[in-house]
Design a protein around this ligand. Structure first.
Ligand SMILES: [Zn+2]
Length: 116
């Protein structure tokens, strides 16, 4: 099973937009090879063999991505806190830079309650 977005192309567009941002790991001056880092938290839909919701992502450079996923210097709580900060900064940057924009009008088949 895989979580889908209402429009299939949106996932690829979102991931490309995220990967185009500078690394959002707290305190990072901008390390290279920014990747799309997915949440590892069950509250974000993560489960056995299942990636989190497509929008629970953060722009994180490769070395910091490894540190968050498998580094030995961080506790579990620290990993969550650092990823959360990166996720919030990523979502902010997507909107601030116009990479994500609300649509003017939802297509008729997508009513508001389906997005809650
Ligand atoms: Zn970094």
């Amino acid at each position: 099973m895989k979580y889908e977005m209402p429009f299939a192309i949106d996932r690829a567009r979102l991931y490309a937009a995220v990967a185009s941002l500078p690394c959002k790991f707290p305190g990072c001056p901008g390390c290279p090879d920014v990747q799309v880092s997915h949440s590892n938290q069950s509250r974000d839909g993560k489960g056995m063999g299942l990636k989190a919701y497509p929008w629970r992502v953060a722009a994180i450079g490769r070395k910091h991505h490894v540190e968050i996923d498998s580094g030995k210097n961080l506790t579990g709580d620290e990993r969550v806190e650092l990823w959360e900060s990166a996720h919030r900064a990523t979502m902010g940057a997507l909107f601030e830079t116009g990479r994500v924009r609300p649509v003017a009008k939802l297509p008729v088949q997508y009513h508001q309650e389906e997005f809650q």
